[in-house]
Ligand binder design. Structure first.
Ligand code: AOF
Ligand code: ZN
Length: 322
């Protein structure tokens, strides 16, 4: 099963989205005979990819799957994997999770069992299977994306200098990680305040596919020349009212197939999402700078070679200021 997850992770979440990443490893006589992964949305599923490589050796083999094989349903783009596995003489199937898609949800397992195949649910792998496809599980179970709050703060908790400058709080390595993060999510959201103050491009800057860009409009007009409106990726603008409005935005994004959403801020937008209970995960970048009272983040005082101490769930970050 560990191998099936490695194989699944070779696909990029942004390539299969809103479909899940799935890995399949076929074993016979204690040896791996074939592997396969779902590579892109609308393309072959993990199971036929592995079956193709296994050829006639598939008969009598055990298939390890990160998710239950699919059953037939209306509007499907590919043949049903449960039926295909049965037709090819697979003897046993071990899956890390069921398929949360209500159109499948156990029907795949039922098809296998009816065909006389032994099916095992590897419960110790289920949490890992959900982690592999946060967006897909969230869309299928809650009808809304998995929402990640991202922020970059100075050590004294500021997102910008006293004069309002936010370029740059964190260094180039942290920023490169943000670009990689953007390439992994389906959409990225900011408030109008961030567009007006920072004029961010909100692209992956070459780290991968650019996500859909989402701007929450306020009272102030958004400049047509803002970088978020360039041709690098599509951009949508919403004007939500209150937490019901935010939920409606998430519903709209789900309909567009957005499984994972990165909320980059600013603080007003973060607060609104948090108040509405709509944040699932947070990524907080901390810089060793002290921005309180600083005009320019690039010349602000900072800790030199800081040490981190861990006290329960708290940290002490200690260093000489230079
Ligand atoms: C599998 N193996 O590798 C994946 C599965 O439109 P389709 O035919 O691509 O079907 C999409 C659905 O299939 C998707 O919503 C999910 O329920 C399941 N994904 N199933 O057996 C795979 N990617
Ligand atoms: Zn399938």
């Amino acid at each position: 099963m560990r191998r099936a997850f490695i194989v699944a992770r070779r696909s990029k979440a942004s390539d299969t989205s809103p479909n899940p990443r799935v890995g399949c490893v076929m074993v016979k006589g204690g040896r791996i005979i074939a592997e396969g992964a779902h590579r892109r949305f609308g393309g072959a599923h993990a199971e036929p990819m592995a079956l193709h490589r296994a050829r006639e050796r598939a008969r009598g083999a055990t298939a390890y799957l990160t998710m239950e094989p699919c059953s037939p349903f209306k509007g499907k783009k590919t043949p049903s994997c449960a039926e295909t596995l049965a037709a090819r003489g697979i003897k046993k199937v071990v899956c890390a999770s069921l398929d949360p898609n209500p159109k499948v949800a156990g029907r795949g397992v039922a098809i296998l069992r009816r065909a006389g195949i032994t099916v095992e649910l590897a419960e110790n792998w289920t949490a890992e299977a959900e982690k592999l496809n946060r967006g897909f599980f969230s869309l299928m179970r809650r009808g809304r994306p998995w929402v990640i709050l991202k922020t970059a703060l100075s050590l004294d908790g500021k997102a910008a200098s006293a004069s309002g400058k936010s370029r740059w709080v964190t260094g180039p390595n942290a920023r490169a990680e943000v670009h990689r993060l953007r390439a992994q999510v389906d959409a990225i959201l900011v408030g109008a305040g961030t567009v007006l103050a920072d004029d961010p491009a909100l692209t992956a800057h070459g780290a991968g596919k650019n996500p859909l860009r989402v701007v929450l409009a306020g009272r102030r007009a958004l400049p047509k020349k803002a970088r978020v409106f360039d041709s690098a990726a599509p951009t949508v603008v919403y004007k939500p009212k209150g937490s019901a409005g935010l939920r409606a935005v998430l519903k709209e994004l789900s309909k567009r197939g957005v499984g994972t959403l990165l909320v980059e801020g600013g603080p007003t937008v973060h607060a609104a999402f948090l108040r509405a209970g709509l944040i699932d995960e947070a990524k907080v970048f901390l810089s060793p700078k002290l921005l309180s009272g600083a005009d320019d983040p690039n010349t602000a005082p900072r800790l030199k070679s800081p040490k981190i101490g861990v006290y329960g769930d708290d940290w002490l970050i200690d260093g000489v200021v230079s």
